[in-house]
Design a protein around this ligand. Structure first.
Ligand code: NAD
Length: 497
């Protein structure tokens, strides 16, 4: 049985705790690995190492830090097949999808390569007579990232390339369900020339997370995961005087207007609802059929959902892989049972899917509900599986109200040929990331990723300039070099004469 350890101070280490957790291959349902689960002591030890490394790393010129990122970028490209296979073997998503998610992470590394420019300050000459003023951004110290299972490479890469490029040192606590990718990324960073102790991976569960939240030397916490845990991280980070950004769960809507190119909307929905088996925070899990488009929309969706090719992620013909664990599979099936009991119409039922040769894998076929109502739990709660709900509404205003009333506000999209509807939607909708004729509006690395309402606690999104601001603190210097004349004491607010 392969054992996954921690990575601290530039090398793998078992830590002191003996606790372990099982890591499965979702395609076969077999346990292939086990991962060490850190104690508070293990976490605190890693923070001490990171704190020591901060002393020198924070003093390196930004250009030197950028060069490590350039080399890291090359190494990710060189090792992309191995990284992708690690994602597939522990998460289950199909190979090309896993590779795409790695690329989206790589784009943040590319963004971080521009750190000398991104971190540049501002300078004003002569803000008063012979007085100059400038603002600079300085690193925070040791910062931590706590990440979910669904993007084992991309989500950590939303965080650490920018944090490190800004001069911080980093503790990553990845999901215990698919931890191998994080260790490989740590090895590649070392190979890229990153000094030991700047990037550390501590595997663990709630105990390690609580140790992060209470460790006084950790100055900022970035979290991505489910909403209840995001809220817990937000509250406890703040209580312990840390900067925090905590991204939570989602229930995303795709509005299908009667004037849209229906085939594009259907294809957009298929990929966005069933891609990665629905285990994406930007998955479109609600199709809002406006006016009289509902029957035709459901008819086209049902044919495609029935024809979905479900199989192991390494099989090139698979469009959708298994879910991450048996427990998660049972939870998703439970939601489908619930939808039936709540009175929604189950048009496509994937619950009984069996794959020859992979009988123990965590598979479910695509599921499609019609006539879902806004009071139902399957509408309100995040299912995080390949279950698409169609809600029918009379008009645009009803669609917008439905979305604005929802507790989550991560991503949303509208398919229409009406520019007025598209523009009004983008302006008025209470959601952080909006698509117009685009199914999954994930911002690029140089913009920022973040939802609204209960999809994000804190006030800054991931990567882009939000990331630079989150991982630095602003210092403003006001300076005078008097040339001979001494100023007198002033007892009133200085103003410009
Ligand atoms: P999760 O909340 O169960 O776990 C996330 C992290 O928190 C993991 O590292 C886990 O070990 C840790 N954790 C779990 N339970 C904890 C507890 N009780 N106390 C402290 N730490 C705990 O999430 P998940 O199942 O790994 O990921 C799926 C969720 O993540 C979904 O809700 C999805 O929408 C969300 N997600 C959101 C975004 C976003 O950008 N908003 C992106 C990806 C995933």
């Amino acid at each position: 049985m392969k054992l996954i350890e921690h990575f601290v101070g530039g090398k793998k280490t078992p830590g002191k705790s003996d606790k372990k957790s099982k890591v499965f291959n979702p395609a076969t349902g077999e346990q292939e690995k086990e991962v060490k689960i850190a104690s508070k002591e293990d976490l605190d030890q890693a923070v001490m190492v990171a704190q020591k490394a901060f002393e020198e790393w924070s003093l390196k010129p930004a250009l030197v830090r950028a060069r490590v990122m350039f080399k890291f970028k090359e190494l990710i490209e060189k090792n992309s097949d191995e990284l992708t296979k690690l994602i597939v073997s522990e998460h289950g998503k199909v190979y090309e999808d896993a590779k795409g998610s790695l690329t989206r992470g790589l784009e943040v590394v590319e963004f971080a390569c521009g750190i000398p420019h991104l971190i540049k300050g501002e300078f004003s000459e002569n803000v008063g007579t012979s007085v100059d003023s400038w603002s600079i951004r300085q690193p925070l110290g040791v910062v931590a990232g706590i990440t979910p299972f669904n993007f084992p490479a991309m989500v950590p890469m939303w965080m650490f390339p920018i944090a490190i490029a800004c001069g911080n040192t980093f503790i990553l606590k990845p999901s215990e369900k698919d931890p191998s990718c994080a260790i490989k990324l740590a090895e590649l960073l070392k190979e890229a020339g990153l000094p030991d102790g700047v990037f550390n991976v501590v595997n663990g569960d709630k105990e390690a997370v609580d140790a992060i939240l209470t460790n006084k030397d950790i100055k900022a916490v970035s979290f991505v995961g489910s909403t209840p845990i995001a809220k817990y991280i937000y509250e406890n980070s703040a209580k312990n005087e840390k900067r925090v950004q905590a991204l939570g769960g989602a229930k995303n809507h795709l509005v299908v207007m009667p004037d849209c190119d229906l085939e594009s909307a259907v294809n957009g929905l298929m990929g966005a609802a069933y891609g990665s088996a629905g285990e994406r925070c930007m998955a479109q899990s609600v199709a809002v059929a406006v006016g009289d488009i509902g029957d035709e929309l459901v008819s086209r969706l049902s044919k495609k959902a029935e024809a979905l090719k479900v199989g192991p992620g390494m099989d090139k013909s698979s469009e959708m892989g298994p879910l991450v664990t048996k427990e998660h599979l049972e939870k998703v099936k439970g939601y489908v049972d619930l939808g039936v009991n709540e009175g929604a119409k189950l048009i496509v039922d994937g619950r009984n899917l069996k794959l020859q040769g992979y009988e123990n894998g965590f598979y479910i076929g695509g599921c499609l509900f019609d006539h879902v109502k806004k009071e139902m739990r399957i509408y309100n709660e995040e299912i995080f599986g390949p279950v698409l709900s169609v809600v029918r509404v009379k008009n645009f205003e009803e669609a917008a109200k439905l979305i604005n009333d929802h507790e989550y506000g991560n991503g949303v999209s509208i398919y229409t040929r009406d520019g007025d509807a598209g523009r009004t939607f983008a302006s008025k909708i209470q959601v952080g990331m909006v698509g117009i004729n685009v199914p999954i509006p994930v911002p690029m690395a140089f913009h920022s990723f973040g939802g609204w309402k209960r999809s994000l606690f804190g006030d800054s999104g991931m990567h882009g300039m939000e990331g630079i601001k989150f991982y630095t603190k602003l210092k403003t210097v006001t300076s005078r070099w008097p040339s001979g004349v001494r100023s007198n004491a002033e007892f009133v607010m200085p103003t410009m004469k």
